[in-house]
Design a protein around this ligand. Structure first.
Ligand code: ZN
Length: 113
């Protein structure tokens, strides 16, 4: 899953000095809402010892409209470190059973539930 590496880079770029590397994808859920979206939990490490849990939101294809429309397009719409005590294990699209942890804010699809 190449795109997850891009999500880690996206996080590193917006967090000055961060040097996280992808370790493992833990869980993922994809769903359709004006395009295909994925909510993913993965672990990453800066020092190869301590693992941090991340959430990433990706959108694919039809989620992009207008002159830049490109069916191959994949976009990272969120990537953040999950803080203990400020997560929820569902959104409007991911059921509890999937155990995909989300931040309380900062992503796009399914956040209003
Ligand atoms: Zn979700």
């Amino acid at each position: 899953m190449v795109l997850i590496h891009h999500a880690v880079e996206f996080y590193n770029n917006k967090s000055k000095g961060a040097k996280f590397k992808l370790v493992e994808i833990i869980s993922a859920r994809s769903f359709f809402s004006m395009g295909v979206w994925e909510h993913i939990n993965f672990t990453a490490s800066e020092d190869d010892k301590s693992l941090k849990l991340f959430f990433a939101e990706l959108s694919h294809g039809e989620a992009h409209w207008g002159t830049n429309h490109n069916t191959e397009a994949e976009k990272i719409t969120a990537c953040c470190l999950l803080e203990e005590g400020s997560t929820k294990d569902y959104c409007g699209f991911c059921p509890h059973e999937d155990k995909v942890y989300h931040p309380l804010q900062g992503f796009t699809a399914g956040i209003r539930w």
